[in-house]
Design a protein around this ligand. Structure first.
Ligand code: A2P
Length: 313
């Protein structure tokens, strides 16, 4: 049986720490693991199946001899390092948005479009957390009755913005309860000039605003849904619109999804409830099904299908 040398890029982050746990529980035969992060965390000790592993600073050569990379260290880090990993023969499952809209990169939720994995050229993208949990619930309905239109409103937890952002919300809550002014340096978008507290608040902005007036998070939900379900990010066959709001909760995104089916004659609330009751993966956690678990599930499928090798374009 083939065994795999695995690297986790962003191992110290909110998703990275869950990637470690999910890999520990997975069916992937692991020969070795490497935990990669920035120079800030180099030397820090983490564990894999009870064995201590020292976190290393990421460089292109970190990927020498690695078969499989699970990445969640931000888009810029993925853009910089994943092509280097692929050059060295590694297959990468990327939890960031860096490559999701590249037509050569499959965007995969195994319950919906597992077969897209067969077309990979070294990088497979894991969709946005809110998109994953929505398409897992919508796909059985689409299969049974077709879909015309989707209108989704999200209620997204603090941890979706990363560990530092989540820590900031907790600190703000403490400050507020102590009667102090809340310190805001991250939400809604780290790089922007103006910041607002998330504690005891709601922020109707996730990521930057696009030209059309949608935020980038909303744009992702619209176009990723189309790419996953119809293999075309601009598909017209299903109309999708999204409104995304950050809420002061640690873990767990909520979504209200309005949809219209094509086959109205045969669809009923009871039938849809029955479909959802037996659909796999419908109960969600933004850090697990929305990120780490879906990433490891993709890696398990790659192993099962013997697809952990890089084919030339
Ligand atoms: P570090 O802990 O060294 O900053 P989150 O999504 O929770 O914010 O986590 C981001 C993850 O990405 C962390 O593991 C972080 O490591 C890692 N990271 C951030 N910048 C880099 C970088 N330049 N190279 C490698 N890893 C990085």
């Amino acid at each position: 049986m083939r065994e795999y040398n695995v690297a986790i890029l962003g191992a110290t982050g909110a998703v990275g720490t869950r990637l470690i746990q999910q890999l520990e529980q997975s069916t992937i035969p692991v020969k070795s693991v490497k935990f990669l992060a920035s120079s800030r965390s180099a030397g820090k000790q983490l564990a894999f199946k009870g064995n201590p592993i020292t976190v290393e600073e990421t460089t292109p050569d970190s990927f020498e001899g690695v078969d499989l990379v699970l990445a969640s260290a931000g888009g810029a880090v993925s853009k910089r390092f994943l092509p280097e990993a692929v050059k060295r023969g590694a297959v990468c499952v990327d939890n960031t948005s860096a490559f999701r809209m590249d037509p050569d990169v499959p965007l995969v939720v195994p319950e919906v479009n597992e077969s897209a994995l067969e077309r990979h050229h070294g990088i497979i993208a894991n969709p946005n957390c809110s998109t994953i949990q929505m398409v897992v619930a919508l796909e059985p309905i689409r299969q049974a009755f077709g879909l015309k239109q989707v209108i989704v409103s999200t209620y997204q937890a603090a941890s979706g913005a990363g560990q530092q952002a989540w820590n900031e919300m907790n600190a703000q809550a403490q400050q507020h309860l102590n009667g102090e002014e809340m310190t805001s340096t991250i939400y809604p978008v780290k790089g922007e000039a103006k910041h607002y507290p998330l504690a005891f608040n709601l922020l109707p902005q996730i990521d930057v605003f696009e030209d059309g007036g949608y935020t980038h998070e909303e744009w992702k939900m619209i176009h990723e849904t189309k790419k996953i379900m119809l293999d075309d990010m601009d598909a017209k066959a299903i109309k999708v619109t999204a409104t995304c709001v950050r809420v002061p909760v640690g873990i767990g995104h909520g979504e209200a999804v309005y949809f219209e089916v094509k086959d109205e004659q045969n669809a009923s609330r009871e039938k849809i409830q029955q479909l959802l009751a037996k659909a796999p993966g419908v109960v969600s956690d933004n850090l697990l099904k929305g990120a780490a678990w879906n990433t490891v599930q993709i890696a398990e499928k790659l192993v099962e299908k013997n697809l952990v090798s890089v084919t030339k374009r």
